[in-house]
Design a protein around this ligand. Structure first.
Ligand SMILES: [Zn+2]
Ligand SMILES: [Zn+2]
Length: 450
């Protein structure tokens, strides 16, 4: 286990003893693709055996998984759990439950809370709460600047010692280049990756959606793609100059993918992520003026979406992040211009990408699983693997099962899913995270003792 894995926290629980019978075990990282029985003993993958060839541990639960997929569980590098201060939107219990329901075994929570996670004291208190409330391991990001005001740096070395997994002012860019430059210099001491929400506020202005033909038709103020790509270009140049490591959050535009690809080619230590909503939707969805399609960065053109898919394929985009951003109903049920930015995403990420990208053959399942499990790598977290001796981190999926988003409610406290009402194909039935059973879909009955 890496040092970063040790910074992930959840409540104590009983280590699982399971035998998963007859699933197709599929892990591109270990080149596993076979129907096998999988034995989990004391929370560890103890055995992979030909069907019927494994002996169950004493008292183990036997799971009939014929026809199901067993995948390494997913890791989300970017969620908002609203703790401390905005628990009416989400908390560590509901947020981690939503993550487990989406097949995640670990998530990284952002620091733009109220107050921001900008000191060892605030960080310590959320970590304590995670020890009581989180059903899957959560890593906490601390902010780059005090109160996320973009002026004064936080005590990065103290925050690293206190268990911060990364640094980010996400929600806001670090607008001042001198401040970011100093943060990148200190980063070498603190050893934490800096994750960046890339946006030039002067260019974004009062924009509420992507600047393009649709915003012109609707008469809404636009956020141009160059607001993001020019910020990325600046920050990649600074990271190169200072020899620092950065992670670019939620890429949304073709020009952004090109900037990151160019920086990677030049040897800059930069990684990046894209969200399911940017990978499957475009600004056409905003014609409905439904505030569930309002987020930052905004849904962009179909050419931008195409570039994200290409970036996923060619490795310019390292991982998939939901940017799960729960909001209260009253913040969303207002006219589009006034609505809060952000959408939830943990419970739908796999199913959306499976339905819209894998099933039509746009990308293959191996690529999807690889990118959905790689979210911790930019922060030093080892991706989960299906192999003997590894901690059990598994998502049991029925790839044929159809379901309608929101029909059975949500595990999240929030309702602002941009996929509500959509019929999707592929559903997580059970999640094992850090060796414990973290989630079981209601329809998926408890197995019997072997
Ligand atoms: Zn952001
Ligand atoms: Zn975010």
């Amino acid at each position: 286990m890496s040092a970063a894995n040790g910074k992930l926290i959840c409540r104590p629980g009983e280590s699982a003893d399971l035998i998963v019978r007859g699933a197709r075990l599929f892990d591109p990282r270990t080149e596993t693709d076979a129907v096998l029985d999988l034995v989990v003993r004391g929370g560890e993958i103890a055995e992979l055996a030909e069907p019927g060839g494994a002996e169950a541990p004493d008292g183990a639960e036997s799971i009939d998984a014929e026809g199901l997929l067993a995948l390494p569980a997913f890791v989300d590098p970017h969620v908002h759990f609203r703790v401390p201060g905005q628990e009416h939107k989400e908390d560590l219990e509901t947020g981690s439950r939503a993550a487990a329901a989406g097949g995640y075994c670990a998530v990284i929570a952002m620091a733009n809370t109220a107050p921001a996670i900008d000191s060892a004291a605030v960080l310590g208190s959320v970590r304590e709460r995670a020890e009581r409330e989180a059903s899957i391991p959560v890593g906490f990001v601390a902010s780059v600047t005090k109160e996320m005001k973009g002026r004064e740096l936080t005590e990065m070395a103290d925050l690293a010692d206190a268990g911060a997994i990364a640094l980010s002012d996400d929600g806001l860019p670090v607008g001042n280049a001198r401040v970011l430059r100093r943060a990148l210099q200190y980063q070498r001491l603190a050893g934490l990756t800096i994750a960046l929400h890339e946006e030039n506020p002067d260019l974004s202005g009062d924009g509420v959606m992507h600047e393009g033909a649709v915003s012109a038709t609707l008469g809404l103020a636009g956020i141009p793609a160059v607001s993001e790509s020019t910020a990325i270009a600046r920050d990649c140049a600074l990271a190169e100059y200072e020899g620092a490591r950065i992670h670019v959050q939620h890429l949304s535009a073709r020009a952004s993918v090109e900037e990151v690809a160019r920086a990677k080619q030049a040897g800059v230590a930069v990684s990046c992520e894209a969200t399911p909503h940017h990978l499957v939707l475009t600004d056409e969805a905003v014609r409905s003026l439904d505030s569930r399609f309002k987020m930052n960065p905004p849904l962009r053109s179909s050419d931008d979406r195409q570039a994200l898919i290409e970036g996923l394929r060619d490795g310019s985009i390292d991982c998939i992040a939901t940017d799960h951003a729960p909001h209260a109903i009253e913040e969303k049920e207002v006219p589009f211009e006034q609505a809060a930015m952000g959408v939830t995403g943990l419970e739908t990420a796999f199913a959306v990408l499976h339905t819209d990208l894998v099933q039509p053959g746009v990308i293959d399942l191996g690529l999807l699983v690889e990118r959905m499990t790689a979210g911790g790598a930019p922060f030093g977290i080892e991706p989960p693997r299906i192999e003997r001796g590894a901690a059990a981190n598994l998502a049991l999926v029925d790839a044929r099962l159809e379901w309608v988003v929101g029909e059975d409610g949500y595990e999240s406290r929030a309702y602002n899913s941009c996929f509500a009402g959509r019929r999707l194909r592929g559903r997580v039935l059970m999640t094992v995270a850090a060796g414990r059973v973290a989630y079981r879909q209601r329809s998926f009955a408890m197995g019997v003792a072997a």
